[in-house]
Design a protein around this ligand. Structure first.
Ligand code: GLP
Length: 236
C-alpha cells in the first residue's frame, strides 16, 4: 500500500486529481470508478479545470459510480447523480451516456443490481476506483456487517452514516435509510484503488482499516488484500 500523507485538503485534491489525470492521459478510454461525499469535491474541481485548460480529455472515458440513495431521483439535489452532474460531469467533456450511477428509483432493484454488476463486468472492471471512507469504515455504502457483500445490493444505512450524512440534508429525518451500492467484488476488481481521507476525524478508521484485522465489520479493511492501493490522507 502506498500511503501519502499531506498537510492540506488542497494538496490531497491536487495529488488525487493528478493521479486520475495521468491515468486518463495514458489511457484515454479509461473506466473510472467514481465516488461522492465531501472528500472528492476538490479532486473533481481540479479535473474540471484541467479539462477546460486542455490538459486532460474525458471524451472517451467511461465512469461508474459507487452508490445512490434509495428513493431519490437523479434531479433531487441530494442524490448522488445530481452531485456528480454538479461537481464533475457538467464541467468536463465526458459523454453523458458514458456516465453511470446506480438508479435509486428502480422498479425492480434485484434487476437493477444485477444489471449494474453486468455493466461493470462488461467494461472489464474499472481502471481506477476512487474511494472515500465512512467513519464506520464503509466504502461506497458497504456498511459493517457479518460478511462481505460481493454483489451490488440494497443496504440499510447505519445510524452513524445517517447522522454523518445529515449535514447535506435539512435534518437526519430526511436522509434516506437505504441505498444501493456496488459490492466488494466490483470494488476489489479495480486495477488501481485511490482512497482519500481528509482531516483528523478519519485518522482512527484509516489506522484500523489498514493496520488492523481484515473484517467485514470494517469493510475498508478488505483493501489490504488489493495489490495496488494508494491512500492520500490530509492532516487538516
Ligand atoms: C458517503 C458515501 C461514501 C463516502 C462517505 C464519506 O457515505 N456513500 O462513498 O466515502 O460518504 O464521505 P466524506 O468524504 O464526506 O467523509
Amino acid at each position: 500500500m502506498n500511503f501519502i500523507k499531506v498537510k492540506t485538503y488542497e494538496e490531497l485534491s491536487q495529488k488525487g486529481a493528478a493521479m486520475i489525470a495521468a491515468l486518463v492521459v495514458n489511457k484515454p478510454k479509461a473506466v473510472l470508478g467514481l465516488a461522492t461525499g465531501s472528500s472528492p469535491v476538490g479532486i473533481y474541481k481540479n479535473l474540471a479545470a484541467w479539462n477546460k485548460a486542455g490538459y486532460v480529455d474525458f471524451s472517451e472515458v467511461t465512469s461508474v459510480n459507487l452508490d445512490e440513495y434509495l428513493g431519490l431521483k437523479g434531479d433531487h439535489p441530494q442524490s448522488y447523480r445530481y452531485f456528480m452532474q454538479e461537481n464533475l460531469f457538467n464541467h468536463v467533456n465526458i459523454r453523458p451516456e458514458a456516465t453511470h450511477v446506480p438508479n435509486g428509483c428502480a422498479e425492480d432493484y434485484a434487476k437493477e443490481c444485477e444489471g449494474y454488476d453486468a455493466l461493470v463486468e462488461s467494461l472489464g472492471g474499472t481502471d481506477l476506483q476512487l474511494l472515500g471512507i465512512g467513519l464506520d469504515g464503509h466504502i461506497g455504502f458497504n456498511e459493517p456487517a457479518d460478511h462481505f457483500e460481493k454483489a451490488t445490493h440494497v443496504v440499510d444505512l447505519h445510524p452513524s452514516t445517517i447522522e454523518a450524512n445529515a449535514r447535506f440534508f435539512n435534518s437526519a429525518d430526511e436522509v434516506p435509510k437505504q441505498a444501493v451500492t456496488m459490492g466488494m467484488l466490483s470494488i476489489m476488481r479495480a486495477k488501481k484503488i485511490l482512497l482519500i481521507a481528509n482531516g483528523p476525524a478519519k485518522k482512527e478508521v484509516l489506522e484500523k482499516a489498514f493496520n488492523g484485522p481484515i473484517t467485514p465489520m470494517l469493510p475498508a479493511s478488505l483493501l489490504q488484500l488489493h495489490p495496488d492501493v494508494t491512500v492520500i490522507y490530509s492532516e487538516q
